[in-house]
Write a protein that binds this ligand. Sequence first.
Ligand SMILES: [Zn+2]
Ligand SMILES: [Zn+2]
Length: 466
Amino acid sequence: MLLSGDIGLFISFLGIPFLTFSLVDLTKAKKNNKPMKAAATTLIISLIATSVGFAMIEPEENDVAEKETPAAIEKVEEKTEEIKTKPEKPKEPEKPKKEQFEKVRDLKVHYIDVGQGDSILVQLPNGETALIDGGPESSSQTVLNYLKEQNVEKIDYLVATHPHEDHIGGLPIVIQNFEIGNIYMPDKTHTTKTFENLMSAIQNKGIKFKTPIAGDMLLDKEGLNLTVLAPETNINDDNLNNYSIVLKLNYKDNSFLFTGDAETEAEQNMLNGNYDLKSDILKVGHHGSYSSTTNKFLEKVNPEYAIISCGAENKYGYPHQAIIDKLEAKGIQIYRTDKDGTIIIAVDNEEIKIDFKKTAKPKKENAPPKEEKQSSYKNSQPNQSVNSNGESNKNSSNSGNTSSNGAVSKPKPPATDGVEEVYITNTGSKYHRGNCRHLKKSKIPISLKKAKSQGFTPCKVCGPPQ
Ligand SMILES: [Zn+2]
Ligand SMILES: [Zn+2]
């Protein structure tokens, strides 16, 4: 095929000069009136030769062109495939790799001193903000002011760990005053006014809250994630504390565990769930109550620092000495909002820095609502079975018992800081010693001084201090 094309080319190249010469000859012959027969013959022959030559080339060229076209397309396709596959090929093994985040600041976790309760502000390194609980209503102004001081404008993740007053009381005012991204609550309602206030604040803001469960991720970026470790879906517990949303924050090699008021049962669920519980900083569950922080759980978390959020001289005796002893025995550094004020932990290039901010007049701020609550026990005796935050009955009724996994064999009596503590009931007018048989149905701790000032008289059966 190529050969005939070459011959055609050769013939037509030969023909062209002959054609030219014969044309010149013909013109000359015509000019000089010479016979034109020879010149005309040469012209015709060279014309035929040239056209035959071209004829031989043309189809060859078409042939080649037709054959080369699909091949060329294939090549182009190959190239485009290469372009497509080249950037994908190295990506394939990286598929599980998560989206990067842009670091705009250091991570800062503020355990705000809200008296008896929890409120934790998390300023994430990607510029987002999380607020885990809002403290009791009596501290709502403290929380509001603190967030404003930190130049918080939007709360991207607002978490109400569980519906107890010491965790959600301060949230309505926060919801009213800041832009809110998502609100997270456990799938558990409560019948208190505090809970109603929270629900209407959420409704007025036009936000629908989410009910995350263990395994969910609120934030999932490369080197920065916020994972839900509790609650499980199948909880059937009268104790609201065990519905607590427990969160783990991972930032590079640093980790924080926020446990809300999760107690033994919730801790056991987390252990059963085989989550990576290891955390550098543990917010000790339930204000340091012995109903949380079981040995197995503490072993898995294995923290370097323990933060206890509780009120000074709180009526529950938090943190319980047994928990302090347990943490100290493991060499864990303890910080307490009742003693240290607001605790701020900053992670700056892998380095953990701890700072404190003493709250001005913490006692004055917390004292009046405490008095109100105390007196409400007596005033609402006929129909109230739990106090306003629903905690005292559960905890006080456990006094002196072993925790369910036997982690705490004999919890020491609650620390009273020199204040003698006695117990009252929901319905009676007497105050009692902790072991009195009249405390079977309800057992509310109260200082001796307050019990007397509220008109309670000593029980004749147990003979409490007078
Ligand atoms: Zn609590
Ligand atoms: Zn609680």
